[in-house]
Design a protein around this ligand. Structure first.
Ligand code: AMP
Ligand code: MG
Length: 418
């Protein structure tokens, strides 16, 4: 059985960024820039004041102190939005408000707090360094400078920066269209009466929530009964509109598990089935090229198919471990170095060797630092354990004991951040 690392690298190899789309400023948040942004003009565009104060020539006020202020003639006020044409002459000063253009001849701005105004004159109580409190033209960016590289996430400061450069739109990678197919005769939607032997269907809901939290709206959720015909037909329809198809259930070795057979009939190329992890062992991954699959849509090219297990915890963890990295790469984000802080284990953990376990756990803190406490309810059908977890403890494939008090790496669980 292949390892988690091998399986993940196969998924990433098959995941390529989608095409780019131009969006207006207010629709960019959460997208990933598809091209570098170059400064259309200098920023700041003109010399302006960082404070409310008085523009001076340095030599005029070199001797100024609070005990012996220097008196300068006030020749006017420039406020933000004015375009001054005056030039400051020796022996005079001009009031310049924050963000207002600094007129020629001004070498520094003395903060209003270090001045006193007296009938047409200003007593300056402090000297100043050349350039003090002036925000110089192009000090942040020169025209044509690279302001932002490609492949970075559009966050609120990115939106603000684009706006401050006058950009009304920008190109981001298209977000993947994801379709979900849940399989199972036993499933009933929450809110409906539950016949004997049935259970409430949770996978479509948890997956939709997981997708939304990452900024991807699922295009459709389909339900299939446990027959080859139903699973095949439902997957076929779902693939008509999706870059990524996620199925849940029906992918193990049971006699009513049809996802793999349906995938074969749909000419989905299998890359792996079964990974040495727990939970989530039966996870399937395949791809379909449009040239092979029939429908021709050159923009999409290759579709990814994740056959996730049926157990609700296994679904979400395999989503987290395989689908989320694929979504990131398809959106143009470079993989981040894994952030694995260490924490002190608060109880023994035991298992059989053979699979990498992802133990659901909660972080805490005590006098010695970070602690980690395995959650109760570790079964792969027990969402209760995952619902209260904020991290995973990777319990090595060939390990069988992790002792209380030992320091272990942990994987923080973050459903929202990419
Ligand atoms: P399967 O792999 O189809 O045998 O499913 C494994 C387990 O997950 C079974 O106990 C199913 O009842 C359960 N299961 C499958 N799909 C769902 C779902 N959508 N919601 C909740 N439980 C499910
Ligand atoms: Mg089933």
């Amino acid at each position: 059985m292949i390892s988690y690392e091998e399986a993940l690298s196969i998924v990433l190899e098959q995941s390529q960024p989608l095409g780019e789309e131009t969006h207006r400023l207010n629709d960019l948040l959460g997208g990933v820039l598809a091209r570098p942004v170059l400064a259309p003009h200098d920023l700041p565009l003109f010399n302006n004041s960082a404070v409310d104060g008085f523009g001076v020539r340095i030599s005029d006020i070199a001797s100024a102190t609070s005990d012996e202020p220097v008196r300068l003639k006030n020749i006017g006020t420039i406020q933000a939005g004015d375009a001054p044409s005056l030039k400051l002459a020796a022996g005079s000063t001009v009031k310049v408000l924050t963000g207002a253009q600094v007129p020629d001849g001004v070498e520094a701005i003395v903060m209003q707090e270090f001045t006193a105004t007296e009938n047409g004159h200003v007593a300056v109580q402090s000297s100043a360094r050349a350039g003090e409190n002036i925000r110089w033209r192009s000090e942040e960016f020169k025209r044509e400078d690279t302001v932002l590289p490609a492949n970075i996430r559009v966050t609120p400061p990115v939106v603000g920066l684009l706006a401050s450069l006058g950009c009304a739109s920008a190109a981001i990678f298209r977000r993947p269209k994801v379709a979900v197919v849940v399989t199972g005769n036993e499933l009933v939607q929450p809110g409906e009466p539950l016949p004997p032997g049935h259970i409430y269907e949770s996978n479509s809901h948890s997956l939709m929530a997981a997708l939304r939290a990452l900024g991807c709206d699922p295009v459709a959720v389909h339900h299939a009964a446990d027959s080859l015909e139903a699973v095949f037909e439902t997957m076929r329809r779902a693939l008509e509109e999706a870059d990524i198809l996620i199925t849940t259930g029906g992918v193990s070795v049971g006699e009513f598990d049809w996802v793999k057979d349906a995938a074969e009939r749909l000419e989905i190329q299998s890359h792996f089935w079964k990974v040495a992890i727990k939970p989530g062992k039966p996870v399937f991954f395949g791809t379909r090229d449009f040239a092979r699959g029939g429908t021709c849509d050159s923009e999409r090219g290759r579709q990814l198919v994740f056959g996730l297990p049926g157990n609700p915890v296994a679904v979400l963890l395999t989503f987290y471990l395989f689908v989320k990295p694929a979504l990131k790469k398809m959106q143009g984000l470079a993989p981040m170095p894994a952030f694995m802080p260490k924490a002190r284990l608060l109880s023994d953990l035991r298992k059989k060797p053979g699979r990498l376990d992802f133990v659901r756990a909660r972080l805490g803190q005590d006098g010695e630092g970070l602690t980690v406490n395995p959650a109760n309810r570790q079964g792969s059908h027990m969402l209760g354990g995952l619902a209260v977890a904020d991290c995973l403890i990777p319990f090595g494939r060939e390990e069988s004991l992790m002792s209380e008090g030992s320091w272990t790496e942990i994987i923080p669980l973050d459903w929202s951040a990419m």
